[in-house]
Design a binder for this molecule. Sequence first.
Ligand code: PXP
Length: 240
Amino acid sequence: MARLGVNVDHVATLRQARRGEDPSPILAALTAEQAGCDGIVCHLREDRRHIQDRDLAAFKEILRTPLNLEMAIDPEIVRIACRLKPAQATLVPERRRELTTEGGLDLRRGRARFSRAICRLKDAGIRVSLFVDPDPSQVERAAELGVPMVELHTGRYAQARSRSHIAEALSGLEEAARLASGAGLRVAAGHGLDYRNVSRVVEIREIEEFNIGFSIVARAIEVGFHQAVREMARLVRGEP
Ligand code: PXP
């Protein structure tokens, strides 16, 4: 049965729109835990556009489920992560002007920088995952870097509209998940997954964890955050 990590960045995005206290990503994370999620995910961006440093300290103190910190390999952010020691760090590419994380890491370049960041995080006792496109060459490079886990970028699948594009994107995910699993890597997936499209990815048995944010926060406006998390947890676990 797969696990659900709830990304609360978009709760913080709403809070930052007025620079106040509400809505609180901390309360949202606690509600997500009460609703049965398996972990909390957040991204500390270099521009601090949503999650703030003080949120991380509160997560660390209050959460009962593992915290998965998405981060770029920026030295300042690596330092913060090593101090905070979340259960997991997922390395993602970051461009200041992007709306959201637009693609996976390109592990063909800057190998030494990745290695250094991975070593520092590992030494701090943090499990490291690499966010990559479902591209066999990227999965192979992730395995070479000695991390225990990859997260496959599901954005292309989520954006596909025609049946043939959906089928093609799904088989790419399946192939990448098999390759990763065969190389001894644990496999997560995320980006753009929603209540309509997640179930077909859940069928890929090698994927053990789904990290989902935007669609849950959007659904919460209609049914409340607790219910939105419950519904997604059921889908991710393949429950009726
Ligand atoms: N996984 C990673 C690595 C991400 O960067 C994001 C977006 O922050 C997600 C999962 C969640 O994507 P979404 O908000 O589209 O569900």
